[in-house]
Write a protein that binds this ligand. Structure first.
Ligand code: C2O
Ligand code: CU
Length: 528
């Protein structure tokens, strides 16, 4: 597998709030890669954000590239990952952002901290799986195992010696920094017989939420406290799929680790398993968890929700069809599976959008990404195989924002092609407030009346509920080019994304930085 510094998951980066770090990436692999700093706003500096063909071209094998990563308001847990093809499957690691010197956590100091990275693992080369997914769709991309800190655990036919063990002392409290780095899988995460208290996520603090399980979607991080207050013993830590899609095409396996008390007792032959695990398709339980999350909204960690919205977007999230490039596609006759926002399937340009924007190179993107769907239809009904919504329109369309526009986006889930499911939408360069979410079709008259403008969570990745909607708000105060996409890699490959160009505000402090002296080259020759 492709790794960073030989480890899976990759190395942990520890910083303090407000630090700037420089990372020199040497690509010793055999294809181009890029690295992204997931959830770091990196103000005015999209040059170091990383998504291929959005802010840079891939780092060619045998070369290196230095990124400058600027931490500002983030505090908690984030992560870094490859952002080229599907290489992030094994190229990822946690980022710990400690409070600034002289400040502390807004919860009692834990006795110890641990990082828990959830991921997916494949027997096959992920690059081949990606190519297959692009041409076929369907089940080509199933993982062969899930992992907790690199190990699948006792439920797989693997060596039990390597199962990850979290050693704990009775009476102590642990801060677990959980990252969902899986390619395509939401998880329910829990520890047998122990409740956890969620205190943060996506490098923001939450009001403490005690719960027997969490639901975490790819891209998200969650910080939870757990107290070792049960009888001395061994308890399974479980990461099991939450999959609410209609088809049965997902990896059904469950990763485990062990929460093991130190001390003198007879160790059981098998650790305790959770009494109750939500069913893999329990949308009610998953949604209930997500909807309970609130910002801490304390004097030290205030919320600042934009109240006057200048730019409204209503984005319909769909699976789609496009004409098949060869005859091996899994879609209906002559089609392959694609995905889109407002019926637009995003295609990577040959030169990154940031470079094309900065140097005014025309022909690489179209600034007319639609704010509204082209067709209104019964988004969540079961029978949506009509061609004007299933067949999408491919292209590289971006949304241009003025500096400090206040943006509201309603994401509407759909059941186009009978494939309603949760979609974890992630925005680069920003955190946003999730002011509302609900089931069914968004109602423009009534739903905004229930928006939470008081303590909405501030996140960088939001699960759009199956057959439901979610509304986010942010202020476009970070000039640059910023990607927004579904964090299921298969949906991203199928085109469920767009990018924002946020214009500069006219002064040096409100303008994008200039490019670094060196950026990986794009293959410009092929466009001359
Ligand atoms: Cu986790 Cu576009 O990234
Ligand atoms: Cu998706």
């Amino acid at each position: 597998m492709l790794t960073v510094n030989g480890s899976f998951p990759g190395p942990v980066i520890r910083v303090r709030k407000g630090d700037t770090i420089y990372i020199n990436i040497h690509n010793q692999g055999s294809y181009g890669v890029t690295i992204h700093w997931h959830g770091v706003k990196n103000p005015r500096n999209p040059w170091s954000d990383g998504p291929e063909y959005i802010t840079q071209c891939p780092i060619p094998p045998g070369t290196n590239f230095t990124q400058e990563v600027i931490f500002t308001t983030e505090e908690g847990t984030l992560w870094w990952h490859a952002h080229s093809d599907w290489t992030r499957a094994t190229v990822h690691g946690a980022i710990v952002v400690l409070p600034a010197h002289g400040t502390t956590y807004p919860f009692p100091q834990p006795d110890a901290e641990e990082i828990i990275v959830l991921a997916s693992w494949y027997k096959h080369d992920v690059m081949e799986l990606m190519r297959e997914t692009l041409s076929r769709g369907g089940t080509a991309n199933l993982s062969d195992a899930f992992t907790i800190n690199g190990q699948p655990g006792d439920l797989y036919p693997c060596s039990k010696e390597t199962t990850y063990r979290l050693m704990v002392d009775y009476g102590k409290t642990y801060l677990l920094r959980i990252v969902n780095a899986a390619q395509n899988q939401d998880f329910f995460f829990m520890i047998a017989e122990h409740n956890v208290t969620v205190v943060g996520g996506d490098a923001s603090y939450f009001k403490p939420l005690a719960t027997p399980y969490i639901m975490i979607t790819p891209g998200q991080t969650m910080d939870v406290l757990v107290t070792a207050d049960q009888p001395l013993g061994e308890y399974y830590i479980v990461a099991t799929p939450y999959f609410d899609g209609g088809a049965d095409d997902y990896d059904h396996s469950t990763a485990t680790a062990i929460f093991e008390y130190r001390g003198n007792y007879t160790h059981p032959s098998t650790p305790s398993f959770p009494y109750h695990i939500p069913a893999y398709n329990d949308t009610v339980v998953a949604s209930l968890f997500t909807s309970q999350i609130r910002s801490l909204a304390s004097p030290e960690h205030p919320v600042d929700v934009p109240l006057d919205v200048t730019t409204r977007m209503y984005l319909v999230v769909t699976m789609n069809l496009l004409p098949c490039p060869n005859d091996s596609c899994a879609g209906p006759d002559g089609y392959r599976i694609a995905a889109g926002l407002n019926n637009k399937t995003f295609e990577n340009p040959g030169v990154d959008i940031l470079r094309a924007y900065y140097w005014n190179m025309s022909g690489f993107y179209d600034p007319n990404f639609p704010d509204q769907p082209l067709h209104y239809f019964n988004f969540t009904s079961d029978d949506l195989l009509s061609n004007n919504v299933t067949i999408s329109d491919p292209g590289t369309r971006v949304k241009v924002l003025n500096y400090n526009d206040t943006v509201e986006i309603v994401f509407q889930g759909t059941n186009v092609m009978n494939s309603a499911e949760n979609h974890p939408i992630h925005l680069h360069g920003y955190k946003f407030y999730v002011v509302g979410r609900g089931q069914g079709i968004f109602n423009n008259e009534t739903d905004p009346k229930n928006y939470n403008l008081y303590d909405p969570p501030e996140l960088n990745t939001i699960p759009i509920p199956k057959d439901g909607w979610a509304t986010i708000r942010f202020k476009a105060s970070n000039p640059g080019v910023w990607f927004m996409h579904c964090h299921f890699d298969r949906h991203m490959s199928w085109g469920m994304e767009t990018a924002f160009i946020v214009k500069s505000g006219g002064t040096p402090e409100t303008s994008m930085k200039g490019p670094p002296a060196y950026m990986p080259p794009c293959d410009l020759e092929s466009f001359l």
